[in-house]
Design a protein around this ligand. Structure first.
Ligand SMILES: Nc1ncnc2c1ncn2[C@@H]1O[C@H](COP(=O)(O)OP(=O)(O)OP(=O)(O)O)[C@@H](O)[C@H]1O
Length: 433
């Protein structure tokens, strides 16, 4: 084979590799990142680390710029600072992770402040900095927003009292696990994705042996779609007062049963004696608290507030869980709301209209999370900041669950709705009387 044939053969092989490679990476976007995006970004990180560290005051210098020699103050040029030691960037889905060992005297704070500068230097979509252990910071740079496009997902959750609601920005499942975090607060402006999230939650819990209770004081407009799977649904505040009071009574019954059996929670009871878990969904919390000033109205609001607080305080160990959603949740709704928030350890904050609601949802857990929640745009429906009282937070996007799909799931699993005598529906009660 002469030289020109060999060249033609090499070119043909290269062309074939390019076509197959392109086809492969288009079909497998994750691999596209590992094969092309990651090496480029890693090279950028390695080449710029010293410079970026220097410019952003992430270096240390052990040589002062001034020294006193005898009676003289000598000014010299500062030594170039030492950049903290960084390991090799580790690939993660859609990004990379850099572990940095702090030099003596350094704290994570300047690294947190430099996150934006690092994102620009490395042309990353976002940079997150955490300090998982003393003396270490982990910098995660993501190349693109994995939550930019709406997500569809039909996966059902396998475990009791858990629901796969969407995806978080690290590429993992967004799982709401009531055994780990018993109560949740969900906030978001109108059309931010609250109802879609609740629809997803209902369709995930519907196949499970769980009693679902709805409280929807917007006349039942949202939750009545899933009525067939609900054990009871209150669609105005008068009904909500009764349902919540019945749930408090149920909690006291369960407490007595646990005490008699020497158990500290329903999960320690023998399986055949264990009462069915209850998940109470409240849509539009403000409707339970707002009053027109009349005595009757104020009385109802106070009863709702007290019952919700008792359920939140006592329910976790007794298998009664709360998911409370609202557009605007602020201390102006009354002191009961702030007390309730303290008991709702899990938080989901969609786009909000007022800083107060983001602060209410996330402010007591993490200030950074408040700023991130306020940056969610109007086109990012379903995107939310998720946080729990463990202090961590992450951005996530719920699966786009159409009301029809959720209604169909509720219809399909209607026969699984457990009947709880204490929770006879107000409508049924009304019909019987
Ligand atoms: N996870 C999502 N992914 C993509 N689009 C979404 C998502 N969630 C919601 N949307 C879109 O946003 C629209 C409004 O969502 P949704 O009705 O859930 O908002 P909301 O916060 O409940 O509003 P409201 O308070 O007015 O009832 C939906 O019709 C849907 O098109």
């Amino acid at each position: 084979m002469d030289g020109s044939h060999l060249l033609a053969l090499v070119l043909a092989v290269l062309a074939w590799c390019a076509v197959v490679g392109r086809e492969f990476t288009l079909r497998h976007p994750a691999w596209r990142w590992y094969l092309t995006g990651y090496p480029l970004m890693a090279a950028r990180v390695l080449l710029t680390w010293r410079k970026v560290a220097q410019v952003n005051d992430l270096t240390v210098s052990y040589q002062p710029t001034r020294r006193v020699l005898g009676e003289l103050v000598v000014r010299g040029e500062a030594l170039r600072g030492l950049a903290p030691r960084a390991g090799l960037p580790r690939p993660v889905p859609g990004g990379l992770q850099l572990t940095v060992r702090l030099r003596p005297g350094q704290t994570p704070a300047p690294f947190l402040d430099a996150a934006d500068a690092l994102a620009h230097a490395w042309r990353a979509h976002a940079v997150r900095v955490v300090s998982p252990q003393r003396g270490l910071v982990v910098i995660t740079a993501t190349a693109f927003d994995p939550l930019a496009e709406p997500l569809d997902g039909a996966r059902e959750s396998a475990a009791l009292l858990t629901a796969v609601l969407g995806v978080v920005e690290t590429g993992r499942d967004w799982v709401m696990d009531f055994r780990r975090v018993p109560h949740w607060l969900i906030v978001g402006a109108t059309r931010s994705g609250k109802s879609t999230l609740l629809a997803r939650l209902v369709s995930q819990l519907a196949p499970q042996p769980v009693a679902l209770v709805g409280i929807d004081c917007k006349g039942g407009m949202e939750l009545s779609l899933f009525r067939e799977r609900f054990t009871t649904l209150a669609s105005n505040r008068r009904e909500a007062v009764d349902v919540l009071a019945a749930l408090v009574a149920e909690v006291h019954d369960r407490m007595r049963a646990c005490r008699a059996a020497g158990a500290r929670s329903v999960w320690e009871l023998p399986e055949e004696e264990r009462p069915v878990p209850v998940v109470v969904l409240v849509d539009e919390l403000a409707e339970l608290y707002l009053t027109n000033g009349s005595r009757a109205d104020r009385g109802e609001a106070e009863q709702c507030s007290t019952s919700l607080l008792r359920l939140a305080q006592l329910g976790a160990a007794l298998g009664v869980h709360l998911v409370v959603a609202g557009q605007r949740v602020g201390s102006d709704l009354g002191p009961g709301v702030t007390a309730l928030r303290a008991q709702l350890a899990g938080r989901v904050c969609h786009r909000v209209n007022d800083p107060g609601t983001a602060e209410m949802a996330l402010g007591d857990l993490n200030k950074d999370a408040v700023a991130v929640a306020q940056s969610i745009g109007t086109h990012e429906q379903g995107v939310a900041v998720l946080a729990a009282d463990s202090g961590g937070w992450v951005r996530g996007r719920s699966y786009l669950t159409r009301p029809d799909a959720a209604r169909e799931a509720a219809h399909r699993h209607a026969c699984l709705a457990p009947s709880l005598p204490a929770l006879q529906t107000p409508v049924e009660a009304g019909e019987e009387s």
